[in-house]
Design a protein around this ligand. Structure first.
Ligand SMILES: NC(=O)C1=CN([C@@H]2O[C@H](COP(=O)(O)OP(=O)(O)OC[C@H]3O[C@@H](n4cnc5c(N)ncnc54)[C@H](O)[C@@H]3O)[C@@H](O)[C@H]2O)C=CC1
Ligand SMILES: N[C@@H](CC=O)C(=O)O
Ligand code: NA
Length: 430
């Protein structure tokens, strides 16, 4: 039965995502009401620039005072799509204190302060939902938290940043320059307010922290995630990858380690075989593999960024939280009972592609091979190309620990015959 009193919703932020949330709330109002069991009323919209024309939004609802809006006391749901740490954090906790549940897309904040925000939600008996925070429109948080709650997840691996996938895809398939591709991703609404978050891997690392926490029922914070961005990936790296039948993607990988007694979480560019499904993830799409004991391998795929896809996930949460409000319940909160430690990157085991500039003279290959052997890193293939008395040596290893590989590279740098280490890239997905 439909409740006549509407659910009052406040929107904090009306940018790329917020404007789409407002549009869908208006255009789909009847369906949302039918699905929730009560009409949904946009009760206020907090913005930074009040003079901007916002199509479909009653100017009387617009305010620059987000704090006063969340303190009104009659709100059911606050949708936070401002981004960043402050004032978003204080606005969310204030919303709980004044009786509202919260839907947020803010991965940076959740990866830094998720535990405290969940505790605040619990304390006030309210919901904190954030499906939009990881992989845009793709349902991932809810499947991990609810559908897989009876299984044991061992690994989550995938592409979780649309901007960098868009850039890498352009560089690989059209030969576009890095800056040109980044500008296009920004214009399309994929990039963060400061795109450094995307290209240096902070955004993907925040998502990895959130995913690892939910998947392994533990707490993983942004600082626990090993991070390398993609801004140093070059056309030469793509050429090397092609020679190996691979492409390059920025991956987030969360795994159980040490016989399940700890976890690791990392974000870095990696070569993956062209035959792997992740290799064909184009543009701003994301794809995530989840491997669990009973389910085996699951793949989640879809638009990972952009206003409308992200708003789809926000609206899904709005409906879920609205239903909870109507029935006087809350959804599942944080599950961190496993309290697993996060192991360092040194313990991660994978394959490596190392490109060395060496002197083109007898015995160099043997010297290099000895260094690998001394560090217990087994070589899979070696390829050498001469260029004017110098040579480039490409070594691909079997699986080795990051610590062993680090020691190998340090020792290689100390060889007189090694002029430089041109690139080191992990090889995944085999
Ligand atoms: N754009 C995307 O594809 C996705 C974005 N997100 C997340 O959604 C959130 C919003 O992202 P976008 O809409 O892309 O950013 P945006 O920069 O387009 O929008 C944020 C809006 O908040 C406003 N704002 C900033 N401080 C404010 C304040 N104190 N009071 C009121 N308004 C304020 C800004 O003026 C801006 O219009 C971020 O947390 C982002 O990480 C999540 C998934 C995808
Ligand atoms: N900047 C992010 C937006 C979605 O989370 C991305 O590019 O993935
Ligand atoms: Na999502």
């Amino acid at each position: 039965m439909m409740r006549t009193r509407p659910l009052k919703v406040a929107l904090l932020g009306c940018g790329v995502v917020g404007s789409e949330v407002a549009r869908i709330m208006t255009t789909h109002a009847d369906d949302l009401a039918a699905r929730i069991g009560a009409p949904v009323e946009l009760a206020g919209v907090a913005v930074r620039r009040p003079d901007k024309v916002r199509e479909g939004i009653d100017p009387a609802l617009v305010t620059t005072d987000a704090t006063a809006l969340v303190k009104r006391g009659d709100l059911d749901i606050v949708v936070e799509v401002i981004g960043g740490i402050e004032p978003a954090r204080t606005l969310i906790t204030t919303a709980f204190e004044h009786g509202a549940s919260v839907v947020s897309a803010n991965k940076a904040l959740l990866a830094q302060d998720g535990a405290a925000l969940h505790a605040a939600a619990d304390e006030h008996g309210k919901d904190l939902y954030y499906e939009a925070a990881v992989a845009g429109a793709i349902p991932l948080i809810r499947p991990l938290r609810e559908s897989l709650a009876g299984d044991k997840v061992n690994r989550v691996l995938g592409i979780v940043n649309g901007t960098t996938n868009f850039i890498l895809d352009k560089m690989d398939t059209t030969g576009a320059g890095y800056q040109e591709a980044l500008d296009e991703a920004t214009a399309l609404g994929y990039a963060e307010a400061d795109p450094t978050a995307d290209v240096e891997g902070f955004d993907a690392a925040a998502k990895a922290a959130i995913l690892a926490g939910i998947a392994f029922h533990t707490r993983v914070r942004l600082d626990d995630v090993y991070r390398e961005g993609m801004s140093e990936v070059t056309a030469a790296d793509f050429a090397s990858a092609k020679e190996m039948g691979c492409t390059i993607k920025l991956l987030a990988i969360c795994e159980r380690a040490g016989d399940g007694a700890s976890v690791t979480a990392r974000v870095h560019p990696a070569m993956i075989p062209l035959s792997h499904p992740l290799a064909s993830v184009r543009g701003a799409y994301n794809a995530v593999f989840v491997e669990s004991d009973a389910s085996g391998q699951l793949m989640f795929y879809g638009p990972g960024a952009g206003g409308a896809p992200t708003a789809s996930a926000v609206l899904g949460d709005l409906v879920a939280v609205g239903r909870n409000r109507i029935s006087g319940t809350t959804g599942p909160g944080e599950s961190a009972y496993a309290a697993l430690p996060v192991s360092s990157m040194g313990e991660v085991v994978t394959r490596y592609h190392i490109s060395l500039d060496v002197a083109d003279k007898p015995g160099v290959l043997a010297q290099v091979a000895t260094v690998f052997a001394e560090h217990g890193v087994s070589i899979d293939t070696v390829r050498q190309q001469g260029k004017d008395g110098e040579a480039s040596l490409v070594v691909v290893t079997h699986r080795a620990s990051d610590a062993a590989l680090g020691g190998t590279v340090e020792a290689l740098r100390n060889l007189d015959t090694v002029r430089g280490v041109a690139s080191i890239m992990r090889v995944e997905g085999e």
